[in-house]
Design a protein around this ligand. Structure first.
Ligand code: ATP
Ligand code: MG
Length: 442
């Protein structure tokens, strides 16, 4: 139903000259249900409505029928009836009618076309039509909400995959350095082993000759000479020293590779369950390790890590927050700069500050940075979900994420987490943030 015209009902119309008695007969006739009032028309123009209530009042009063029966409806009608143009929508008509209708409802409204009478509208019909519209709208809204939730879940998932990709790229890059020198060392070891093997071969030949009673003395003398020359040339003592050093370095490289792999494991298990005793300083160290690829040589990292109690949190989520903040800081620095990471334990909370010497955030941009999809980065470089997800994660941990920025000088983010509390759900439930944010401006 698109316009109010669909609600128009046919009913007997009165003229101002109709007697009240005749009108009462019509109105009180049961065929006249469900009308509470009848239109009074002059020509085709509505000039009033005669309500059932007014007629009943007259007829119930003493001698009412005899006193008023012969008068005309013009004396009893309600002038200035509620009129609604037929092409109004139900939404537009509803406030027009309800603004003027009395309570309890005693009259209907008149539907007009270009001011001419086009039928009566029954208030109950209008309320029903509104009800249906609201039910339909609710259904549409529920559908839209469902679709929105689904797409949010997809986005959160793709942001998780993007963080995972970023971590993997970071770790792959970091693995390259120790892997490079472990390989180098092994190649050098190959050379050293070749020298030692030559010494061993000469020495073995000599031992065989010396053990042979029939050996030609000249041959033995020549072998002694060859062995001595080999020992002088290859200096097995020095070879063994180098070998020891190379093996130590190689083991160190393998340990570094092992550490990187285990930090990747911590990071990549995004749905890892909450834990009661997480060392936030370890999370900071892990995040900085993973972020080394983004920080490169150009960003100096200053660590100021305080003594912290273990806290209850989902460590992989906190890692994700720290990585996002550190990455944003590094991306805000053109050329060289510094990022300070400070942790403190203050009054039941652990705070983590990530402060950069980057370009800062303009005053008009600051209120929007936590909004999902807000990014100032070129297309393809930022999804604008990083801070939105950080905000949500911190909020789910019962903490707060604040920002202060001085354009041209840098930005400071402070994550504050309660030391103990009910643990939040896993990252799988992380949705986008509600619009209200707790922020601190510079
Ligand atoms: N440390 C910072 N210094 C300056 N601007 C920042 C900083 N951190 C965030 N911003 C601003 O806030 C915006 C939103 O950050 P957010 O991390 O949500 O998305 P993004 O970094 O643009 O994209 P994504 O994190 O998805 O790669 C950024 O585009 C940037 O304008
Ligand atoms: Mg970001």
């Amino acid at each position: 139903m698109s316009t109010i015209a669909a609600l128009a009902r046919d009913c007997v119309a009165l003229s101002p000259e109709t007697s009240i008695a005749a009108a009462a007969e019509t109105l009180l006739d049961s065929a006249c249900e469900p009308f509470l009032s009848l239109p009074v028309l002059e020509g085709n123009r509505p000039v009033g409505v005669l309500t059932r209530h007014a007629v009943q009042q007259v007829y119930l009063s003493r001698f009412g029928r005899d006193l008023y029966g012969r008068r005309t409806v013009a004396d009893l009608m309600q002038r200035d009836p509620i009129c609604v143009e037929a092409d109004s929508t139900v939404e537009d008509a509803s406030p027009q009618v309800t603004a003027r209708i009395g309570f309890p409802i005693r009259e209907d409204f008149i539907i007009t076309r270009d001011g001419d009478y086009a039928g009566m509208g029954v208030v109950v019909d209008l309320l029903k039509a509104m009800d249906q519209r609201i039910a339909r709208r609710n259904q549409e809204l529920a559908g839209a909400l469902h679709r929105l939730k689904e797409s949010q879940a997809h986005l959160v998932q793709s942001e998780k995959m993007a963080s995972l990709g970023q971590m993997v790229a970071g770790v792959a890059h970091e693995l390259n350095t120790p892997l490079g020198y472990v390989r180098n060392n092994v190649e050098m070891l190959q050379g050293l082993v070749a020298g030692l093997r030559a010494v061993a071969d000469e020495t073995l030949d000599l031992v065989h000759l010396l053990g042979d009673a029939d050996a030609d003395p000249d041959h033995v003398a020549a072998q002694v000479m060859a062995t001595r020359q080999r020992l002088d040339r290859d200096a097995p003592q020095l070879l063994l020293e180098d070998l020891g050093q190379l093996l130590e370095d190689t083991i160190y490289g393998c340990t570094q590779i092992g550490e990187l792999v285990s930090s990747l494991k911590d990071f990549s298990r995004l749905d890892r369950a909450a834990s009661e005793d997480v060392d936030i300083n370890e999370c900071v160290a892990g995040a900085l390790l993973i972020a080394r690829n983004v920080l490169k040589e150009r960003v100096e990292v200053l660590r100021d890590l305080g003594d912290l109690p273990p806290i209850a949190c989902v460590p992989s989520q906190i890692n994700q927050v720290l990585l996002n903040l550190i990455t944003n800081g590094a991306q805000a620095i053109d050329g060289r700069g510094r990022i300070l990471v400070r942790t403190r334990h203050e009054g039941g909370h652990v705070s983590i500050t990530v402060q950069d010497t980057g370009k800062g955030i303009p005053r008009d941009v600051l209120p929007r940075i936590f909004d999902p999809f807000f990014t100032t980065k070129p297309v393809g470089q930022g999804t604008g979900l990083g801070l939105a997800i950080c905000y949500r994660i911190v909020q789910e941990h019962g903490g707060a994420l604040r920002v202060a920025s001085a354009p041209g000088r840098g930005t400071r983010f402070v994550v504050s987490l309660p030391v103990s509390r009910d643990l939040p759900a896993t990252a799988a439930n992380t949705a986008l943030p509600a619009p209200e944010h707790r922020r601190m401006h510079a």
